[in-house]
Design a protein around this ligand. Structure first.
Ligand code: ZN
Length: 262
């Protein structure tokens, strides 16, 4: 009987322990869940850190510095569309213009062709009639124009030296004309095809002066910039510089020489 009693007491004790364990089960589950959450959190955290590492620290620093900087990036003067040609900067000896011919026989650098077409189309859509009277000229063509002008002055009785000086005032000395780049065009209004200051009053010029920058062209020789460009006012000569530069030049009301030195 004593043995029987002992056994029962033992069973009762075990039952008590199990009951205790059940009582604390929710607490254990909470602890387990918390441990799992922390473990998952650490794993995800590591994953995010790895992505951040893929961004180079240098890049992050550069971006931050640029964001707060006010200095303008330098203009790349070696870009094909920004080549400067004037009486002080001759066209490079090895320059080869790759041009596309228009239906009217004129030609322009193939990279500026579609912008020129857009500009002329939009100008015509306004009911205007622009006429290209000069475009790409080879070195040979420029030499021919220059020598013809010298001959003309000689025929008027000027000495050869005087004739050359006079010719240089009207026709660009070979090597100094932007037309040799294939990036310049003389455009006039069909109602007035004379290359003088009266061009500025034609509807075509008014439209081109206000809108050519949208297509990457600038009025290359403005009236108040002759001392810098070395060329007198030409309200018909447009030069392709690309849309970005054209907008900046137009907005700042400067000439190409000033833009390249800014
Ligand atoms: Zn011209």
């Amino acid at each position: 009987m004593k043995e029987e009693c002992k056994k029962r007491m033992h069973i009762n004790k075990i039952t008590e322990k199990i009951k205790e364990l059940y009582l604390y089960l929710p607490a254990w589950l909470i602890v387990l869940a918390a441990v799992l959450c922390i473990a998952v959190g650490i794993l995800i955290g590591n994953g995010i850190n790895k992505s951040d590492d893929s961004v180079k620290p240098e890049e992050t620093i550069t971006l931050d510095r640029d964001a707060g900087s006010t200095t303008k990036p330098k203009i790349d003067k070696t870009q094909w569309n920004l080549i400067l040609v004037n009486q002080w900067n001759l066209i490079p000896e090895d320059y080869e213009a790759k041009v596309t011919y228009l239906d009217n026989g004129h030609a322009i650098d193939e990279r500026a062709y579609s912008d020129l077409m857009d500009m002329l189309d939009d100008c015509r859509d306004e009911g205007l009639e622009p006429v290209i009277c000069s475009s790409y000229r080879s070195m040979e063509k420029q030499k021919e124009l220059f020598s013809n002008k010298i001959d003309e002055y000689i025929s008027y009785g000027y000495s050869e030296q005087e004739a050359e000086e006079k010719a240089g005032q009207l026709v660009a000395v070979p090597g100094t004309s932007e037309h040799q780049l294939g990036l310049a065009l003389d455009i006039v209004d069909i109602s007035n095809q004379t290359l003088d200051e009266s061009q500025e009053n034609t509807d075509v010029q008014k439209w081109l002066m206000n809108n050519s920058w949208r297509y990457g062209f600038i009025l290359r020789y403005p009236t108040d910039k002759s001392k810098i460009t070395g060329i007198s006012y030409e309200p018909w000569h447009y030069r392709y510089v690309g849309k970005k530069a054209a907008k900046e030049i137009y907005d700042a009301q400067i000439c190409l020489e000033e833009y390249l030195n800014s």
